[in-house]
Design a protein around this ligand. Structure first.
Ligand code: ADP
Length: 401
């Protein structure tokens, strides 16, 4: 079966078409600037590029262009949309309702809608993506794969905040966690790769990208994670602040005459590596600037490393040790310098990086042979998980987690 994977943002649609017979990538595309002047679609199939600028006012129009590109006689990947057996959608927030991927029906759509207050930027876009597919491909089943689902095994002591219980009971205020599909994939893959018994394993997964989160995965289940009610909590990120004393919000709001919404927007979009360094949200730029001795870059990078080290220490404590530490996503997979900074002086835990092995960008063990904790790079593959879940659900097989 050919499965289409859709990741809908507020003004963009990323997609991949995968032939599940051999899990072969057939097409990869991006639609940008939906509803904004200059909307554009770019697609790659076997080195052939489809590139068009066309007005796309809505996600439905974007999906129509995607179908046009996928079925293009010269640059497309399929003859007709009938060849596509199912669509798997990445959905940000499943709240407490979804602990696994599900076949989309009206009830599921309503639940995604109900969770809009928890994921105000992404859930409406995810829903638009689903509804656009229903309109344009009415006979093709849709599956929703939630970023939050993997973290639903966290115990109450890990997910509750120290606020009056009524806010959890009435407003569902709690830690949900994100990047769940990635944490799920790499925590499982590292066990296969190292030959560990997943049912008796203690893994710390570090998904370090533009948005970053860590997870403690005990015996294959998420025990704790660094992101919270929203993706703002946790370590310093590209433009997000990560953890801070909530009183900072009030203090800045009062002194700068800003609303809470304005402060939150600043914490999401103007903070983190960008805000601290005053240079860039991209780690590559900061590495270059740090090499030139620019203080903003040096301190921003040090803060990121500091925060990640704190979580690793905390998660090792929660699990009474750790068997493997995994690095993944843009920074985790590619930035050996940052990995070396993070893993420095972890001898007390039994983790020691091998500088030669650490040069890799591929799936590899990067710790020394005598390191009792294995440190690994495992490239993430969220699309693969979405595609496998989608296939299992439409074929009526149990999901392999
Ligand atoms: P997102 O969270 O938006 O998916 P990524 O996972 O691509 O983003 O992570 C973006 C970060 O990863 C940036 O800070 C960037 O510096 C870093 N990064 C991505 N690709 C590379 C690369 N090839 N080499 C070094 N750093 C990279």
């Amino acid at each position: 079966m050919k499965v289409l994977i859709l990741n809908a943002g507020s003004s963009s649609l990323k997609y991949q078409l995968i032939d599940m017979n051999g899990e072969k990538l057939l097409a990869k595309g991006l639609i940008e600037r939906i509803g904004i002047k200059g909307s554009r679609i770019t697609q790659k199939v076997d080195g052939k590029a489809f590139d068009a600028e066309a007005p796309m006012k809505t996600h439905t129009e974007g999906i129509k262009w995607m179908l046009k590109a996928l079925t293009d006689p010269e640059k497309g990947a399929v003859k007709s949309m009938d060849e596509i057996g199912a669509v798997g959608h990445r959905v940000l927030h499943g709240g407490e309702r979804f602990t696994a991927s599900v076949l989309v029906n009206d009830e599921v759509k309503n639940a995604i809608r109900d969770n809009i207050p928890l994921g105000p930027l992404h859930n409406p876009a995810n829903l638009m993506g689903i509804e656009a597919c229903e309109k344009v491909m009415p006979h093709t089943p849709n599956v929703a794969v939630f970023d939050t689902a993997f973290h639903q095994t966290m115990p109450r002591k890990a997910y509750l905040y120290g606020v009056p219980m009524k806010y959890y009971q009435t407003l569902h205020v709690r830690r949900y966690g994100f990047h769940g599909t990635s944490h799920r994939y790499v925590s499982k893959r590292v066990c296969e790769f190292l030959g560990l018994d997943r049912a008796h394993s203690r893994i710390i997964t570090c998904h370090l990208g533009n948005g970053s989160s860590l997870a403690a995965v005990l015996n294959g289940k998420c025990l704790d994670t660094s992101m919270g009610l929203t993706p703002l909590e946790g370590v310093l990120m590209g433009t997000r602040s990560g953890n801070l004393d909530p009183a900072v919000v009030q203090y800045i709001a009062n002194n700068e005459k800003m609303t809470v919404d304005e402060v939150l927007s600043m914490l999401n979009k103007e903070s983190g590596l960008l805000g601290v360094s005053g240079i860039s949200s991209d780690m590559r730029d900061l590495d270059d600037a740090a090499d030139r001795g620019e203080d903003g870059a040096i301190i921003a990078r040090d803060m990121l490393v500091w925060g990640i080290r704190k979580y690793i220490g905390a998660y090792a404590a929660e699990m009474n040790g750790v068997d493997a530490i995994v690095f993944t996503a843009g920074i985790g997979e590619n930035n050996s310098n940052l990995r070396a900074m993070i893993m420095k002086d972890f001898d007390y835990l039994g983790a020691r990086l091998d500088p030669e092995k650490n040069k890799t960008r591929n799936e590899a063990v990067i710790s020394t042979d005598d390191s009792t904790v294995k440190v690994c790079v495992i490239p993430t593959d969220e699309e693969c998980v979405i595609a496998r879940d989608t296939l299992a659900i439409v074929e009526g097989h149990p999901i392999v987690d």
